[in-house]
Write a protein of this length. Structure first.
Length: 338
C-alpha cells in the first residue's frame, strides 16, 4: 500500500510544472556554487591555526594529525546536526524543534555521565552507546509529552522541550556535584573541536551511514510530516516511522555529543533557511541541508580560531550567538499576524 501511495506521489510530481521539477533537481548551479564555497571554507580551515605548519620541521606531520581530522570532523558534525534538526522538524511538524530545543542534547549528556559513573574509565564506544541510548529515550519522552498536551501554539513545543532539558540538566548537575564530576560535565558541553585529532574522531564517519538511511527513507519521513492521520490514510505505519526517525536522530546526536560536545541551534538554522526557499521535500532538501550545515559550522569554527588569536573560543559560543538571533527572528515570523 505504501509503495502504491509513493508511486502516486511520484506520478503527481512528474505532472507538475517544469519549475517545480527544476526545484527538485540536486545538481543545479546554486548547489554547485554552494559546494564550491564549502570546499573553499574547508581549505581555509586546513590552513587556519596558530601552529606554523610551513616553518616547523614536523609541520606536515601535524597537518595530518590535527588539521585534516578537525576539518573532516567539522564537515561530518555539521551534516549530522543539520539532518537531525530536519528530520525532527518533519516528525513534530514544528519548525522550532531541533536537538537543542527538545532536551535531546541534555539527555545525551546524562547518558555520558551515567556511563562514567558505572565505568570509571570508559572507552569512546561505551560513551557513545550511553549517549545514544539516553538520547533515544529522552526524545521518546518528549514525544510522549507532546501527545498528552493540547497545543494551542507552535511555540509551546520548544518551550516544553527546553523545560524538559533544563530538568535533565539540573539532574545531571546534581549527580556531578554528588560524585565530584562537575568539571567533566562542563568539558562535555563546551562544544569545541580543539581536541580533535587522528584516532579521536573516526567514529564520526558513521554519520555517512545515517545520511544514507535518511535519504532512503526520505519519502516516509515526508509522509510523517503530513500528520499521523494523513500518513495512516496513505498506508504508512506512522509509529514505526517515528521510531526510525528518533533512532537515527539519537544515533547522530549521541556520536556528536560523545566526540565533540554540545553544538546549539545548528539543527534549527539550516533546515529553516532551506525550507524557506525550497519547501519541505526531504529527499531534495537533504543534500542542501548537509552542505549548508557543513558551511555554517566550518565558518563558525574559523571565526572561533581567529577572533582572539592566538587563543581559541569554543565554536558553540559562535553557534549559540548566531543561532539565538535566528531563533528570535523565526519566533517573530511565527507571531506575525497573517
Amino acid at each position: 500500500m505504501l509503495n502504491q501511495s509513493t508511486d502516486k506521489m511520484l506520478g503527481a510530481e512528474n505532472s507538475q510544472p517544469q519549475g517545480s521539477s527544476k526545484r527538485n533537481k540536486i545538481w543545479t548551479k546554486p548547489f554547485i556554487v554552494a559546494v564550491i564555497i564549502v570546499i573553499a571554507l574547508g581549505v581555509i580551515s586546513l590552513f587556519t591555526g596558530v601552529y606554523d605548519i610551513w616553518g616547523q620541521e614536523d609541520g606536515l606531520r601535524m597537518f595530518f594529525i590535527t588539521r585534516i581530522p578537525r576539518t573532516v570532523a567539522l564537515m561530518l558534525t555539521g551534516a549530522a546536526m543539520s539532518m537531525s534538526g530536519l528530520v525532527m522538524q518533519l516528525i513534530t511538524q514544528n519548525r522550532l524543534v531541533e536537538p537543542t530545543t527538545t532536551g535531546t542534547i541534555e539527555w545525551a549528556g546524562l547518558g555520558l555521565l551515567v556511563v562514567y559513573l558505572i565505568v570509571p574509565a570508559p572507552t569512546l564506544v561505551l560513551r557513545m552507546t550511553g549517549a545514544i541510548i539516553f538520547s533515544f529515550a529522552g526524545t521518546m519522552v518528549f514525544f510522549m509529552f507532546l501527545k498528552r498536551v493540547k497545543l494551542r501554539s507552535s511555540l509551546i513545543v520548544p518551550i516544553i522541550g527546553m523545560m524538559l532539558g533544563a530538568v535533565v540538566s539540573a539532574f545531571s548537575t546534581f549527580l556531578g556535584l554528588t560524585f565530584q564530576m562537575t568539571q567533566s560535565i562542563e568539558n562535555w558541553f563546551i562544544g569545541s573541536f580543539a581536541s580533535v585529532q587522528i584516532g579521536r574522531y573516526e567514529y564520526l564517519w558513521l554519520i555517512v551511514i545515517i545520511a544514507v538511511l535518511i535519504y532512503i527513507y526520505a519519502d516516509r519521513f515526508t509522509l510523517a510530516g503530513l500528520g499521523e492521520d494523513v500518513a495512516k490514510s496513505l498506508g504508512a505505519n506512522y509509529n514505526r516511522i517515528v521510531m526510525l526517525g528518533t533512532g537515527l536522530i539519537a544515533f547522530a546526536v549521541g556520536i556528536v555529543t560523545a566526540v565533540i560536545g554540545n553544538l546549539p541551534f545548528l539543527g534549527l538554522i539550516v533546515p529553516n533557511v532551506i525550507s524557506m526557499y525550497r519547501g519541505d521535500d526531504l529527499r531534495s532538501n537533504l543534500p542542501w541541508v548537509c552542505v549548508l550545515g557543513m558551511g555554517v559550522i566550518t565558518l563558525c569554527d574559523i571565526i572561533s580560531r581567529t577572533i582572539i588569536m592566538p587563543f581559541e573560543v569554543p565554536v558553540s559560543l559562535i553557534l549559540g550567538t548566531v543561532g539565538s538571533v535566528v531563533f528570535i527572528i523565526i519566533l517573530m515570523r511565527q507571531r506575525r499576524p497573517r
